[in-house]
Design a protein around this ligand. Structure first.
Ligand code: JCF
Length: 576
């Protein structure tokens, strides 16, 4: 071997390993720049000596000349879809909550005449299904699902996806292998793509699924090559010249040894019966937000292939598998108004008040718009139909506007009902005065956040400073919630946190009476004096209990800018 041959082989191995670490193991060991550097070195070697450019070289993943259209391919084995099941997580009783799941298990047990069935589980990736055909270990063809019977041939595009092996690992590849799986974009790659799109002035993608679809179905595969797409294999459709594993779990293990990315083992346990399935569902739901990719539910499959075959199909879905969907994280609704919230440090956040909509398992009426630039960039206006997103326990946000549904002015000279060119509502701009105290709103050069300049003279800032002070990780004053703090500030009992320590029992009772009256409670509905005085006594006690806090907690509780929890600890340790 010449020195160049050796180096090229070494570079191929390194690049393949780094790609595997990033896409398959989700644990990159080198920065992107290092990958790019080695990639360019290999490219240069191959250009100088074309015989070094083997068919499975990572440099082959750069895309080719644009196509006029995709060829259509008929799938040798149809690409099925899964029937969906939904759980109503509002229901307390697991037997009602998971009714669909219980029915599925019952049908399967009846069909197999068994008391208990073993299921393989996996997350349901929110991407695009594709089919990959390997002939003698080499990627020969790739196709989208299409209508399940025929799809589009996207081989050139798929060759650019680093997560997909161009050649199978192992010495004795099967003569033929057809693998199915999902092409998707990792959350981090989606964020990066959208940031780049903004920088270039191009349109952003609403979610990773759209980004993955838009990137894969490019007639110009060089564009696909520039997008970071991932892939996870989830089934085998055909095998020739090798033993086909007897269980789904066995298939996954085999695919892994052949070099395919399969989801990590803790996310695809083999379980038994309804309890196993529902336990898996709820476990994945809690892990959902922390996963590197988006999923829209989980999939259950009868593990043994002989049992799958015995159950067969109904119309176009297998009887031996279902998708159990999570509540959707995105929904459409209408912006009723845009208001501004003033935070503890005076930061002014535009908030969309929404027509109530059920999303991510709860009813949402507000969504953050982050800051003025974000509202302008998304061009959110009153009256707009918008996509709202609530992922996990994250604050709901407006993702994008459905421009086609924007209310327009009636056309000039036209009748009242024909829409004109002009939007009915103007583009958003932040008010010049604080909506709470009227102080100037200032936005410093280069800052995204505008702030109320009122400081602690602004009621909103005062109230939130006290809320922060009383919080769990700060002074931990039990019973002093947002509502009462707002009232204590509004009525002037408390101007700063120090005033909390001067409050008397009577002040609290008086404040509570006024607050109840203001909120329209009649004297009869106001809680009896005894209950109120118990509450006030407890609160005074809780305030007293916080008179001698550890220094770190006090420093953090004061809410000094740039003094977070860990800085406060460091300061306290140092000050002694
Ligand atoms: O993750 C998915 N979107 C997914 C779709 C996973 C699977 O195991 C599937 C599927 C569609 C059909 N299995 C089948 C049979």
């Amino acid at each position: 071997m010449t020195a160049n041959e050796l180096r090229a082989a070494e570079l191929r191995e390194l690049l393949n390993r780094y790609g595997h670490e990033y896409y398959v193991l989700d644990a990159p060991t080198v920065p992107d720049a290092e990958y790019d550097r080695l990639f360019r070195e290999l490219q240069a070697l191959e250009e100088a000596s074309p015989e070094l450019a083997v068919p499975d070289s990572p440099t082959r993943r750069v895309g080719g000349a644009p196509l006029a259209e995709f060829d259509s391919v008929v799938h040798a084995v149809p690409m099925l879809s899964l029937s969906n099941a939904f759980s109503d997580m509002q229901l307390a009783d697991p037997a009602e909550r998971h009714a669909e799941l219980i029915q599925f298990d019952e049908r399967v047990r009846k069909g197999l005449d068994l008391a208990e069935v073993e299921y393989a589980t996996e997350p349901k990736f929110d991407g695009l299904a594709i089919s990959l055909v390997y002939e003698h270990g080499v990627l020969a063809r790739a196709a989208t699902r299409g209508d399940g019977v025929a799809g589009e041939q996207v081989t050139e595009n798929v060759r650019t996806i680093r997560a997909i092996p161009l050649k199978l690992d192992g010495a004795n590849p099967p003569a033929l292998l057809e693998v199915r799986g999902e092409v998707l974009m990792l959350k981090r790659d989606f964020e990066r793509l959208n940031a780049d799109q903004i920088e270039r002035g191009d349109k952003t993608f609403a979610n990773p699924r759209n980004a993955a679809a838009g990137s894969l179905r490019q007639l110009d595969s060089r564009i696909t090559a520039q997008r970071r797409l991932s892939f996870f294999a989830y089934s085998i459709a055909r095998v020739e010249g090798a033993d086909w594993p007897a269980t789904h779990a066995g298939e996954m293990a085999w695919l892994k040894t052949l070099g395919f990315p399969v989801v990590e083992e803790s996310l695809r346990p083999v379980v038994r019966g309804v309890a196993g399935l529902s336990g898996y569902y709820e476990g994945v739901q809690t892990r959902r937000a922390g996963l590197p990719f988006e999923i829209d539910g989980v999939v259950y499959k009868v593990n043994r292939r002989d049992q799958q075959d015995a159950l067969g199909f109904v119309s176009r879905a297998p009887r031996w598998a279902i998708a159990h969907k999570f509540p959707a994280e995105e929904a459409l609704t209408v912006v009723e108004t845009i208001e501004e919230q003033v935070g503890r440090t005076g930061a002014i956040t535009p908030v969309a008040r929404l027509k109530p909509v059920f999303v991510g398992g709860v009813t949402v009426t507000n969504a953050t718009l982050h800051n003025e630039d974000e509202v302008r960039r998304k061009d959110v206006r009153v009256g707009d139909t918008v996509i709202v997103r609530r992922a996990g326990d994250v604050i709901p946000e407006v993702v994008s506007v459905v421009l086609a549904q924007r209310p327009m002015q009636p056309a000039e000279g036209g009748d009242l009902f024909s829409a004109g060119e002009e939007p009915r509502y103007p583009a958003y701009s932040l008010p010049a005065a604080c909506p709470v105290c009227g102080s100037h709103v200032v936005r410093e050069e280069g800052e995204a956040i505008a702030r109320c300049s009122g400081g602690l003279s602004c009621r909103a800032q005062r109230s939130q400073a006290i809320q922060h002070f009383a919080g769990r990780r700060m002074m931990d004053i039990d019973g002093l919630g947002e509502r009462y703090i707002d009232k204590l500030v509004e009525y002037g009992y408390v101007k700063s946190v120090a005033d909390l320590y001067r409050l008397k029992l009577d002040d609290l009772l008086e404040m509570k009476r006024r607050a109840d009256e203001d909120e329209g409670a009649t004297p009869e509905t106001v809680k009896a004096g005894k209950v109120a005085s118990k509450w006030a006594e407890n609160l005074i006690e809780a305030i007293d209990a916080s008179r001698t806090p550890p220094l770190a907690r006090l420093l953090f509780a004061l809410g000094i800018r740039h003094v977070g929890e860990s800085t406060a600890k460091t300061l306290a340790d140092w000050l002694g």
